[in-house]
Ligand binder design. Structure first.
Ligand SMILES: [Fe+2]
Length: 284
């Protein structure tokens, strides 16, 4: 098989990979190139792909152990790691636009998502944008003294969503999908990427509710400031999970925010996305 082509996007992050076929599978050296491309570029699209569920699941396992979701309602494939997300009109109001807030996937879990990928089975043209913010570059841009301080801190995360002060105008709702209290988890505020060794901010949006050992008002003020910092134009990028494209991002290097969904069952407006996430600890 010819070697893939990797072309970096204009902007702070992202690259497009062409010249691979996920249906056929990737030779080990080609797979290593694709994995390295994500480590370097943090968000990657692979063009011209319509993998079967089997091929997609096999590709997903390249990145690690699949994550186990607590809500199996969309798990209707033969492969438990392949989650179907749709814009069906029957979607309950409380679950609509559930990803339309800045977050890193499963940050409320002790072992959160490391890599997430989307593959569209059906999607309206020109939609399905996901916004990204580069938390590696955002960390690098901070003063050294602040970096050193942040490296000593651990953030408390709650599955029910972040403190309300941390919701910004462009966000629709937090991560809340359950009402009953569940135990909180903590993660370092700064994580070291397992492949690149680079440091990045982690968990400053989505599910944070405080910082261990820090007075609440000061903790939220710090998190709001870091979120504002990370959402500056120079750290942001937008990507599209259109049919024929596999979109992959590195949750240990970027946070993301879905854009508004139009809920429809009509031809040309339906959206069926297959998602896979793999997991990795933040303390490794
Ligand atoms: Fe997400």
């Amino acid at each position: 098989m010819a070697r893939p082509t990797i072309v970096a996007w204009d902007g702070p992050l992202g690259a497009t990979v062409t010249g691979v076929d996920l249906e056929v599978g990737l030779a080990p050296d080609i797979a290593a190139l694709v994995v390295q491309a994500l480590a370097v570029h943090r968000v990657v699209t692979i063009a011209d792909q319509r993998p079967s569920d089997a091929a997609y699941a096999r590709f997903g396992r390249l990145w690690g152990d699949p994550i186990e979701f607590f809500n199996p309602r969309d798990r209707d494939t033969a492969y438990p790691e392949v989650i179907r997300i749709s814009n069906a009109v029957s979607t309950p109001e409380r679950l609509r636009d559930g990803a339309m807030h800045w977050h890193q996937d499963s940050s409320y879990e002790a072992v959160p998502a490391a890599v997430t990928m989307l593959s569209a089975v059906e999607a309206p043209d020109g939609r399905n944008e996901t916004m990204f913010a580069d938390l590696t570059a955002a960390y690098d841009a901070l003063p050294v003294a602040q970096q050193e301080h942040l490296c000593t801190l651990r953030v408390v995360h709650d599955r029910r969503g972040c403190s309300p002060e941390l919701m910004f105008a462009e966000e629709r709702r937090g991560a809340a999908t359950r009402d009953e209290p569940v135990p909180t988890v903590t993660h370092p505020l700064v994580v070291r990427h397992p492949r690149t060794g680079r440091l990045a901010l982690y968990g400053i949006s989505g599910t944070p509710v405080g910082i261990e050992g820090m007075e609440q008002h000061a903790a939220i003020e710090l998190l709001v400031g870091l979120k504002r910092h990370a959402l500056q134009h120079q750290f942001r990028q937008t990507a599209t999970a259109e049919v024929g494209t596999v979109l992959i991002w590195d949750n240990l290097a970027v946070m993301h925010c879905a854009t508004a969904t139009e809920y429809s069952d009509e031809d040309g407006h339906r959206r069926i996305i297959r998602r896979i996430s793999t997991k990795r600890g933040t303390d490794e």
